[in-house]
Design a protein around this ligand. Structure first.
Ligand SMILES: NC(=O)c1ccc[n+]([C@@H]2O[C@H](COP(=O)([O-])OP(=O)(O)OC[C@H]3O[C@@H](n4cnc5c(N)ncnc54)[C@H](OP(=O)(O)O)[C@@H]3O)[C@@H](O)[C@H]2O)c1
Length: 287
């Protein structure tokens, strides 16, 4: 089955489903989980300097034996300490990941570079020009963060990776309108929050109903997590997820093959999602 991809504003394309090595794998050896993900068919791997496990992600990449060009590797810049530059920090990541370039390099948090976003973005542009990162972007950025550096940027960020699910629809409306206008693609993390971190909310019966309908239409088991991921993909948002369970890894990869949610189902998820606000990560984004 061909990998579903979305175009980015720099002429490249990004695989729509990513396997992440943060959250559950934070500061843990990611080798086994990533090996399962690659063997099952994930090509997009989402790492970060802050996750403290780029080395083991790199080990799994090498062990997979996959040609470099068949994988899409993301990592993220953490705080710059002890005279490090964006380039020296990325070079350290490349060494750990055991690759010559990453496909996507993100500034992980605007708060790591308070008052320095212009300068840091300039350095991000340089590593892209040097080919160490094919695409550059940001994560957890608010409109005010974009406004701080965009006027002097010569390359626009390709993506903004943010927590996104129906319970953040209302809070993210203006940000998404702003980034969409600029052609900046959204990547979602924490997309399963309504069923993993906020059970008991108004979406529960809606997801149960849609799951049942999809299961009948597809003629195979469908989970509520797949319904949430399908909703994201239909909005052309990249889904960054993770799992320790091989069955669930396969489930995620099957989402593009499931029948589409109907316009009425999408509308019901969205009107219901807007009734609750839940942010599981990065509370500073609500301030
Ligand atoms: N840029 C950032 O600041 C940032 C922040 C957070 C995350 N991320 C990235 O996004 C990736 C995914 O983040 P996430 O963990 O928040 O993703 P998520 O897709 O919201 O949640 C995945 C987790 O949900 C669990 N899960 C799935 N279905 C479940 C169910 N039916 N019942 C109970 N648990 C279930 C999985 O556990 P099992 O192992 O049991 O399947 C897994 O740990 C991270 O690894 C990281 O790469 C980025």
């Amino acid at each position: 089955m061909a990998t579903l991809t979305f175009p980015l504003n720099d002429g490249t394309s990004i695989p729509a489903l990513a396997f992440g090595t943060g959250t559950a794998l934070y500061n843990k050896d990611a080798r086994d989980a990533v090996t399962t993900a690659i063997t099952s068919g994930f090509v997009h791997l989402d790492g970060a300097q802050m996750y403290g496990n780029e080395d083991s992600l790199g080990d799994a990449i090498v062990a997979s034996g996959k040609p470099r060009e068949s994988l899409y590797i993301t990592t993220k810049l953490t705080e710059l300490k002890n005279g490090a530059t964006v380039k020296s920090a990325l070079q350290e990541s490349l060494r750990k990941l055991k690759v010559d370039y990453v496909n996507l390099f993100l500034i992980h948090m605007p708060t790591h570079h308070e008052g320095r976003l212009k300068e840091v973005w300039k350095q991000m542009e340089e590593v892209k020009k040097e080919g160490l990162a094919k695409s550059i972007g940001v994560s957890n950025f608010r409109i005010k963060d974009f406004e701080e550096f965009l006027p002097e940027a010569t390359i626009k960020p390709a993506v903004n990776q943010i927590e996104f699910h129906p319970y953040l629809l209302k809070a993210s409306e203006q940000l998404l309108e702003y980034t969409t206008k600029l052609g900046i693609r959204t990547e979602s993390y924490g997309g399963l929050t309504p069923i993993v971190r906020a059970r008991g909310g108004p979406l529960d019966p809606v997801l149960a109903k849609i799951r049942e309908r999809l299961e009948k239409t597809a003629g195979k088991p469908v989970s509520e997590g797949q319904v949430l991921s399908k909703w994201l993909l239909q909005k052309e948002i990249v889904v960054v997820t993770t799992s320790s369970k091989p069955e669930r890894v396969k489930e995620y990869l099957d989402v593009p093959n499931l029948p589409d949610l109907s316009p009425e189902e999408v509308a019901e998820i969205e009107s219901t999602g807007k009734k609750q606000h839940t942010r599981a990560f990065c509370q500073f984004l609500d301030k």
